[in-house]
Design a protein around this ligand. Sequence first.
Ligand code: GDP
Length: 440
Amino acid sequence: MFDNLSNRIDRALKNIKGEGSISEINVASTVKEIRRALLEADVNFKVAKEITNEIREQALGQNILIDVKPGQLFTKIVSDKLTELMGSEMVPFTPTGNPATVLIAGLQGSGKTTFTGKLGLRLKKQGKQVLLVAADVYRPAAIDQLETLGEQTGVEVYTERENKNPVSIAENAVKYAKENGKSIVVVDTAGRLAIDEQMMDEIEAVKKAINPSETLFVVDSMTGQDAVNTAKTFNDRLDFDGVVLTKLDGDTRGGAALSIRRVVEKPIKFISTGEKLENTLDEFYPERMAQRILGMGDVVSLVERAQEAFDEEEARRLNKKLRKNQFDFNDLLSQIQHIKKMGDLKDLIGMVPGLNKMVKDQEIDSDAFKPVEAIIQSMTPYEKANPDSLDQSRKKRLATGSGTSVQQVNNLIKQFEEMRKMMRKVNKMSGIPGMGKKGG
Ligand code: GDP
């Protein structure tokens, strides 16, 4: 996710990392690089200018704190700014009412129907009685699609194939839900390829009729600035409650995620990262996203996914070890094995600080970790728990045992050390005086 942006910002920050102190000159050049990175990521021009000005002012205004290097300070400022840009606090999805009603809007192809299916599954897992409603009266295929998603997830789908009036379909669906003990109704509406008046009138009428407790606007993050403009038009008419960003698993540049909040002034509530239904829908936490963009990983989301996919005990154990810097080869191996089961590999790799470097430039598939797994599996229990014990003769034995080379073993150890360093940094970052962690 956002690889180019991450790399560009990383490069910009590298320059200042070697510096002994913050000066106008090094701040100016770093800020310029960051602005360029943001523009290249298709961030709205005005937004990029505003936030880089703010970053500069803040960096120059900081008295250097004891024990805080310019690189660290700057990373923290940028991380805070990106977090702020994306809304600072996580805004939860909290539908209320009996039944609660949710309206889904967006352009055709944005991922609306897929999202509706994923949301249905999520709500069902929370123990809710869910009814999904196919209110796209123009494309019978859209009704079929939602029905298929309903079958796959075991969630009931309401349709009226002969009815061409979305308002009455939505009203009837709510009535049906009341009569059948449903606690939440999610209405998937028709989308067009571009915004047109009739579509806007229609969805406005549906909104008025069912008075949803949450209206969510779904947007394809691959469309960058267009996504932001479409959001603005929809918001003027619908005054929606939150944004759903889809297709963040692709090579999205990041512009939509970074600009939409400031331009539309509505929170991003969910992000979707794949066509699969399981484990591809996450609530949106601005701070975690900022940390991912800065290559600091997103350990918290990873732990949450782990919690979702595996037993709580394991997730709690990992979280504790990460916080205490006790991450060892056992944990790495178990993480790699979990990751392979937990969803889109590329997406998950971005959540573990430094893990992306282990598989860089390789086809990312489940084979990518094979040599790493083989090496770790050749270790004795003592070696796994004590990464520092690996001397030259042990390394040679590992290479032979795993069918790799000593160089591959060395690489793994080096990268593992970098990973641990990165994790320490993430932990430390929350301890900079006056710059406590917010949200997330
Ligand atoms: P709708 O017209 O807005 O209802 O869009 P669909 O839900 O039919 O999605 C359009 C296409 O995008 C389909 O091929 C989906 O499988 C795909 N899609 C939806 N969400 C995601 C996502 O998060 N990631 C990826 N890679 N594809 C997605």
